[in-house]
Structures are given as structure tokens and as C-alpha cells.
Ligand binder design. Structure first.
Ligand SMILES: [Zn+2]
Length: 253
């Protein structure tokens, strides 16, 4: 999982070196989780948002690499653009990489499919100060805990790759979320995340109701949160992510 130093001689800035090295690592190592393609191609330079494209199925991918660990958040690009992309169902498939800048190794890599982002996961950052080159520009963070664990697919953990077969299996499992309309999907992801947060495979409706306030804060315009919870549990069942056991009990599959 080593990053290559090849062809970096012409670059001097640390951030530029890291970008070139991690992108070329992706060309050598990334594969498409959406189909069986063993590689991803690069896209023309300066293509917004996208870094790679699958040569077989055309799925676009973005790579975000950082040398800090991403336990809670990943620094992303412009806030308004990301919100718009999610609302319009055009968010990219994101590979988030944590690399070791001293040992020059890829330590962690997770994949978040484009249909795995609820709006609640996008945190607005403070506008850049008046002395910045892009004064007033507002970036965003991706809050990893707001994304259901199902949609945070581990590709490399502690420097060791997970098998492509397992990565594709996990992607396939949640692929039905893609078929939901973008504006409805946020609720589904938030309820799935809340249910996962209970930390157990089996749970009761009352336990999800107990999270009503938390869910209401994510959707301040919705006054019928309990109805929404029941509706979304049905959606999750229809997607095959949840089983109804009867008597208000459920099991995650
Ligand atoms: Zn593909």
C-alpha cells in the first residue's frame, strides 16, 4: 500500500506532492465496486468533483486524501455545491483516504457510495476570513457518524486491504438505496443510522421512538416524526436491510 515517489521531482509544495502521489496510487490500486472492472481510469485534468471513471460502467469517483486520521470528519469542498449535489442525486462516490505522510503509506481507505450521503452529514464550515485568497468562501465537512455504517465501506484498514469481493458484496447490499428519490433518501439514511446507533441487531419500535428528538433536530420542518420513523422502517424492510419480527420488533439483516 505504498505511495510512489515516481514523477514527483517537478513538484515542490507538500500538498501538491500528496495530491499527485495519492491520485497515481488510485490509478494503480482502485477498482470499481459497482461492477467487476479491476481498474478505474483518470478523467481529464480539472474535471470538477470527479477524479476517476470506471471504464466499464461509467461510475464516477472522487478521491479525498488526508494525512490526518478521519475519526469524525472529512474535509470536503464547497458547502453549497455538495448540498446541491445531494439534493439533485449527483453526489460523487467518495474514496476517503488517510495516508501516513512520514512512512508514505496508505493506512485507511473507505468508500461512501453516492447514495450514502444524507444532508445531515454535511457540516457547514466558517467562511474564510477577509485575508484569505477566497475570502467568504464556505467549505464543508463530511460528518462520518451521520453516515450509516452500512454506507461506510472499508477498503483498506490499518494498511491491509479488504478483498474486492467483500467490498463489492457490501456495496451490492446497499445498492437498492440508489433507487430512492434523492429527497426521500435522507430520511431513510438518518433512520438507518439511528437504528444502527442502538448497537444491536434486534430492537423494538419504542427504542426508535426514543430517538424522536434527535431525528427531529435533523429535520426541523417535519412535525410527524413518529409517522416518518414507521414509514422509513418499512422502506428499509422493502430494501432488504431490515426484517419485521412482529409485535413491534425488528432485526437488521
Ligand atoms: Zn464499474
Amino acid at each position: 500500500m505504498d505511495l510512489s515517489k515516481e514523477g514527483l521531482g517537478e513538484y515542490t509544495s507538500r500538498s501538491q506532492i500528496a495530491r499527485v502521489a495519492t491520485e497515481s496510487w488510485g490509478l494503480r490500486n482502485l477498482y470499481c465496486p459497482n461492477c467487476t472492472s479491476p481498474r478505474l481510469d483518470s478523467v481529464p485534468p480539472n474535471t470538477p468533483v470527479i477524479d476517476y471513471m470506471c471504464p466499464d460502467c461509467g461510475s464516477p469517483y472522487q478521491l479525498k486524501a488526508q494525512s490526518r486520521g478521519f475519526s469524525a470528519r472529512i474535509v470536503d469542498a464547497a458547502y453549497s455545491a455538495m448540498v446541491r449535489q445531494i439534493k439533485e442525486g449527483r453526489a460523487p462516490n467518495l474514496f476517503a483516504m488517510h495516508y501516513d505522510a512520514d512512512r508514505w503509506k496508505v493506512l485507511h481507505l473507505i468508500l461512501i457510495p453516492h447514495f450514502g450521503f444524507p444532508l445531515s452529514a454535511i457540516e457547514k464550515r466558517k467562511p474564510l476570513g477577509s485575508h484569505a485568497r477566497r475570502a467568504g468562501w464556505i467549505g464543508c465537512n463530511i460528518l462520518l457518524r451521520a453516515i450509516p455504517a452500512d454506507a461506510r465501506i472499508t477498503v483498506i484498514a490499518g494498511g491491509t486491504p479488504v478483498s474486492p469481493r467483500e467490498v463489492r458484496r457490501r456495496y451490492e447490499r446497499i445498492r437498492p438505496l440508489k433507487n430512492l428519490k434523492a429527497e426521500a433518501r435522507g430520511w431513510t439514511l438518518d433512520v438507518l443510522n439511528a437504528v444502527r446507533g442502538l448497537g444491536r441487531e434486534e430492537f423494538a419500535l419504542a427504542e426508535v421512538y426514543a430517538l424522536e428528538d434527535k431525528l427531529a433536530r435533523l429535520h426541523p420542518n417535519n412535525r410527524h416524526v413518529r409517522d416518518k420513523i414507521r414509514q422509513q422502517l418499512q422502506v428499509l424492510r422493502d430494501l432488504g436491510l431490515l426484517q419485521f419480527l412482529g409485535g413491534g420488533d425488528y432485526r437488521l439483516t
